[in-house]
Structures are given as structure tokens and as C-alpha cells.
Write a protein of this length. Structure first.
Length: 166
């Protein structure tokens, strides 16, 4: 298409294009430079745990791809620095252990202290919120070791459920 590069959109296009890591960091640095500086090391720790960090539509997605359990999205970090944790309960339900997804969301809320799990609608949209808003990544980065430990425990539990032991 003449006149358009990979990151620009034609005027008639209403969909999203996947964001690159560089674009994500540039956008995030405009609103939260400390988190933009800290996320690369956190993403490396995620990858070391066996997670995949990939560009999504205007966000970076932390997901687990397992041969038995399938795909589980643990967090979507939006380019404005907010973290969305929806999808984990529906993935856990499909694996056969929705309570593992609920325990993960409860754990994230607990890590944040003053957050709660919003269970409005189906389990596909259940997520952690604080005062009705998605929490900022800077607050989860402050407890990143405990967050990664929670993710690892959830992965173990979902792997066990996927193999028929849950």
C-alpha cells in the first residue's frame, strides 16, 4: 500500500496493529519513565521463567504457552502503564481449574494491597482493579519477585490440571 509503513494506519482502518517493543517503551516513557526503564529486566526474568513476552495491540503481553495447558495470558501491559489481568480465569477454566485463575487474581490484588478482583460479567473479563481502574505496572514492578513467584505457582497448578491431576 503506497504511502503507508508498517506502523501507520490508512484513514479507513479502524483496527489495531501490533506494537513493537521499541514503540511500547517510547510510549510508556512519556507517562512513566521509571517503569519503562525497569521493564526490560522484568521481561528478561519473565522469559527465564518460561513466559513469552510479545507485542500485542498497543500493549505488551505476558503469556505462557504450554504443550499441555495451552495459552494463558497472565498480564497485558498497556502502553499507558496500566496492567490488565483479564483472560486468566477463562483460560484456567478451559484447562479445568478455574479456581487457579481466581487464586492468581486474588494473589495479584493482595500484592497491590488496596486492589480487588472485579468479577463483573463472565470469567473472561474478571480482572484486578484499584478504585475501579486498572492498576499501574510500577506498583507490580515494586513487588516483581513475589509476582513472578505467584505466576510460577499458577503455572505449576495449571500444568498439573492440564495433565489430569487437578
Amino acid at each position: 500500500m503506497r504511502g503507508f509503513n508498517v506502523t501507520s494506519r490508512p484513514p479507513w482502518f479502524s483496527g489495531s496493529l501490533k506494537i513493537t517493543e521499541r514503540e511500547f517503551y517510547e510510549e510508556l516513557a512519556g507517562t512513566d519513565p521509571d517503569s519503562a526503564a525497569g521493564l526490560p529486566a522484568f521481561f528478561d526474568r519473565c522469559r527465564a521463567l518460561g513466559l513469552v513476552v510479545a507485542g500485542g495491540d498497543a500493549a505488551m503481553v505476558i503469556q505462557w504457552l504450554d504443550t499441555d495447558a495451552g495459552k494463558v495470558v497472565f498480564a497485558t501491559i498497556l502502553k499507558d502503564g496500566r496492567v490488565d489481568t483479564r483472560y486468566v480465569c477463562s483460560a484456567a477454566r478451559e484447562i479445568g481449574d478455574r479456581p487457579a485463575g481466581e487464586a492468581y487474581l486474588d494473589g495479584v490484588a493482595s500484592l497491590l494491597g488496596d486492589a480487588a478482583v472485579l468479577k463483573k460479567g463472565g470469567d473472561l473479563t474478571w480482572r484486578v482493579t484499584r478504585d475501579g481502574e486498572l492498576p499501574p505496572i510500577r506498583d507490580l514492578l515494586a513487588v516483581s519477585g513475589r509476582w513472578l513467584a505467584l505466576i510460577a505457582r499458577t503455572m505449576d497448578r495449571l500444568r498439573e490440571a492440564a495433565r489430569g491431576g487437578g
